[in-house]
Ligand binder design. Structure first.
Ligand code: PGA
Length: 222
């Protein structure tokens, strides 16, 4: 069995009460998670502490991820979370998601600073790109290929094309682990992870529902 990374991205969703309900429901829907799957749950900053405590309490084999990090070191940066602060609670961080590139004007230059900060603090990085021509800073642990038109639309890339783009990304970037994101569901996850070059998936919408996310993990190998 090849190792897989499945990174759930809650985006800007859920209060503390919602998150607690999700965790309780999730553990009732899954008996165990196969050891070849690394689950990274990427939650808003406001939920990191609560989710961290609960996954320990429930003995869920989750790694915790944040969805953003400051491009600056700790200091006078109102409203920002420095990499050192993020690493206090999370092991992973998503950098370069297309929603941040588009809605928050994050340029390749800003993203490179975020990668540098995250790396320096010891965070593991999932770096998102929309295609195989976008630059990838060095020091990234996992790349997520996420075609913009497939995010939140219910339209996916074909597994074959995703496999081919991911093969190109691996060859160019030398990053050995590349996953696919964009409308991944419990129903289609196996078609992606069964492709030889695809090392996992990054589901957004499907991760918001504990039953669907549990089904996605269980279906990850058909
Ligand atoms: P989606 O989101 O699964 O809802 O398409 C994926 C992502 O944005 O990372």
């Amino acid at each position: 069995m090849k190792s897989l990374i499945i990174a759930g991205n809650w985006k800007s969703n859920k209060t503390t009460a919602d998150a607690l309900r999700w965790l309780q429901d999730f553990k009732n829907h899954i008996a165990s998670i196969p050891t070849y799957i690394t689950v990274v749950l990427c939650v808003p900053f406001t939920l990191l502490y609560t989710v961290k405590e609960k996954i320990r309490g429930y003995s869920l084999p989750f790694m915790l991820g944040a969805q953003n990090v400051s491009p600056f070191p700790e200091g006078a940066e109102t409203g920002e979370e420095s990499a050192r602060m993020v690493h206090d609670l999370a092991d992973w961080v998503i950098i370069g998601h297309s929603e941040r590139r588009k809605n928050f004007s994050e340029t390749d230059e800003i993203l490179a600073k975020k990668v540098e900060q995250a790396k320096g603090a010891g965070l593991k990085i999932i770096y998102c790109v929309p295609d195989d021509s976008t630059g990838i800073p060095s020091g990234v642990d996992v790349v997520a290929y996420e075609p913009v038109w497939a995010i939140g639309t219910g339209k996916t890339d074909t597994p074959e094309n995703a496999n081919s783009v991911i093969t190109n990304i691996k060859a160019k970037s030398q990053v050995p682990t590349v996953i696919y994101g964009g409308s991944v569901t419990a129903a289609n996850v196996a078609s992606f992870v069964s492709q030889p070059a695809i090392d996992g998936v990054l589901p957004g919408g499907e991760s918001l529902d504990p039953e669907k996310f549990a089904a996605l993990l269980m279906n990850a190998y058909g």
